[in-house]
Ligand binder design. Structure first.
Ligand SMILES: [Ca+2]
Length: 212
């Protein structure tokens, strides 16, 4: 009987370990280059908003547009995260890749929430570890809007996942965005920070990543 239990426990442990290794979130936010492949295969999904429709009155009159170029090319760089996509397109993209949008809980796990830390790298704030702050802090992190998806490696999470604090906020399954963006304050890019959004909402600072 004892031997049976030991074998059963070993089997359970191996199954749990296997499930954990199978489930893996993308290391980087989905790039424009990757998203272009999806749009080519599925043109029924709209182009990301800021590839064309970037001249909203709100931004033309904003301090940001006066201080820094806010134009199509700002958001179309192949290695930068795709922005201006709604929840439906983000979800469809992940499905097309054989993946899913992460749940909020999954996203927080990979950001390093299990030990209660504030940011993916720990509890000490550092402008060099995340793309945050919009105009106000561009002088500190080097970017006014998005940075390449593969950047800020000093700020990676315990699971070696990049830009879970800032750069672009990310859609999760629950129709909210997490992690804050280049436009957020340090508290706005903490692991626990999130904003509820309508599924149709699109913004220059919202992107996503998938989980397999
Ligand atoms: Ca992010």
């Amino acid at each position: 009987m004892l031997r049976f239990c030991v074998v059963l426990m070993a089997l359970c442990c191996s199954l749990i370990a296997k499930a954990d290794t199978l489930q893996k979130i993308d290391t980087i936010e989905v790039t424009n280059k990757a998203y272009t492949e999806f749009i080519t295969a599925h043109p029924e999904h709209k182009l990301p908003k800021y590839w064309k429709e970037y001249r909203s009155a709100f931004f033309i009159n904003s301090v940001a547009s006066k201080l820094s170029p806010f134009n199509e090319n700002t958001f179309k760089k192949p290695d930068h995260p795709v922005v201006g996509v709604n929840w439906y397109s983000a979800k469809a993209y992940c499905k097309w890749r054989g993946k899913k949008l992460p749940t909020h809980a999954q996203w927080m796990k990979y950001a390093g929430d299990s030990d209660g830390r504030i940011w993916p790298w720990g509890n000490q704030w550092d402008y060099k570890k995340a793309n945050t702050g919009g105009e106000k802090w561009a002088e500190n992190d080097g970017y006014t809007y998005s940075a390449p998806s593969k950047s800020f490696e000093k700020g990676m999470s315990p699971y070696n996942v990049l830009n879970m604090a800032g750069n672009v906020a990310e859609w999760v399954e629950e129709k909210r965005v997490v992690g804050g963006s280049s436009n957020s304050s340090p508290s706005g890019v903490s692991i626990k920070a999130y904003i509820e959004r309508d599924a149709e909402y699109r913004s220059f600072d919202i992107g996503f990543r998938c989980i397999k």
